[in-house]
Design a protein. Sequence first.
Lengths: 230, 362
Amino acid sequence: MKSVKEVKRKEYYIFSPFLRIFHWIMVAMILVLFFTGLIITKPMNVSTTEPFFSITSIDLVRDIHFVAAFIFCASFILRIYGFIINKGDRLFPRVWEGHFYSETVEVALHYMLLKSHHASFLRNPLARMSYAALYVLVAIEILTGFAMYYMTNPSGTGGMLFGWVNVILGSEMMTHIVHHYVAWFIILFAIGHFYMVIRAEFMEGESEVSSMFSGKKVLAHVPKDANELD
Amino acid sequence: MKQRESLWEAYLKRGFSRRNFLKGCVALTSLMGLSSDMFNKVVEAAETKPLPVVVWIHGHECTGCDESFIRSGAPLASDVVLTSIALEYDHLLSAACGAPFEAHLDEVIQKYNGQYILAVEGAVSTKDNGIYCMSGGHTFTHLLDKAAKGAAAIIAYGSCAAYGGIQAAKPNPTGSSGIKMFVGGKPVVNVPGCPPIPEVMTGVVMHVALFGSIPPLDGDGRPKQFYGNRIHDTCYRRPFFDAGMFAETFDDAGSKAGWCLYKLGCRGPETYNSCGNLRWWQGMSYPIQSGAPCIGCANAHFWDEAPFTDRLPKYDKIGDADKIGVGLAVATTAGVVGHAVASVVQRNQRDNLLEDENHDEH
Ligand code: SF4
Ligand code: SF4
């Protein structure tokens, strides 16, 4: 085994600071939104008999939930700005390129332990697919969330913009339920994502974790899509 | 048929004073949810507009909306029916019956073609050509079709006419649905509720009667003045919600103290109705005030959203989404750990193989 210093490595800059900041805002806000959301659905038990002394303020928890939601939505501005100024940031996987699918299958076979390895990628196609799926889940949360939030005034601008979601889902109660269920799927994604990046970092030498801090992937091997940086 | 009179003429005929008439108009204005500067318009309309002809038909339903309607206190339902509108046909309130009664309906439809208000209670039963709801030897779909054609405006009273109601609950054996798709594009005012609040019922028909136009509606076709707010946003228990003080069971101290019923499944946060501000029986009470969580009776599909006493649906013994979610999260974590172990084993095998190959080469 060679020591770490002896191995020749190359730097690949992919993630702009905007994407990275967006990513960590998303992590924090998803956690805040998830736990405040659980509390809003099932508030804690009452701790007092006088409203004045109550420390279980659902009003406050709701406000935190709403503020976190607005921060999360606003942070997409960073994500899109990064996409515009930096070639490395991509919004969606390149599903229109034929090799994308064969590569996805290869990676999937490896993750199912049916193949001993898969080609190295700067942008792992299977992971990219899962992020696209996450964006779909987040989009559902945003739509259903605002559909509930703005309906305090159904004829206001917000109500006009998002009210149709309640109509499509059949009723506002269904909107609540969809919002709640999808939140759980996001958490399941987060567990899987957390594991997969750690696995890639420490088992495959892919600097999957460190690149979300530094923006760079420092690799000893040459990834298959090394030429796709610009 | 006699000459149609206006409200003022009806008052005169009964020997009421002008003062009485104006008082009545003040009451009407506030009832219809209009601001006081509309008062002049109301008086004008009441003086000149002939009382509107109303045809009131009943479909797939329990007639509970009528039970509610006849208890309207202001205006009294009797005043509405006897002096404020010309109710020409009503399955439930009419004394007449049989063939002459049905013939009368045809007569009215012809005579006031394009002018009468059609009030519909009850859902349309569509399965098997509508045979699950018949009256006068015809299916209700036939009756609705016939009556809707000549109507100036249609009022859908109750959650059945608006959305299909209880009989539309899964699996909906009679194929029941709201009337909107079956009236040939005529304007429909949805007045949902199971039943709607009596004063809301009379208020809406009076608005249409006096102004000859339908009241301002929201995106779902409901009059804004009665369905513009969520119960939750007008509920007098809201401070307890905000402070996080909830009744946990129907007989605990919180429930006796009148705390928020959210944890008992209250649907106030997703229900649009006037229960919180108008209340029932002339402001006496409403379900939440009596300690019963709102079941969202004015919402589409409320009948399929059991359990009414919980915020989340339950899946038999497995529990609700949160229990399942925790279970799935634990299972995912376990799966991930298992996968990690298997991956390490696989990598070691791979490295051993590579090493062997290297040995062979040298
Ligand atoms: S009782 Fe129902 S409507 Fe009233 S504050 Fe509580 S949840 Fe809202
Ligand atoms: S409180 Fe809710 S369930 Fe009860 S009558 Fe009002 S809208 Fe219907």
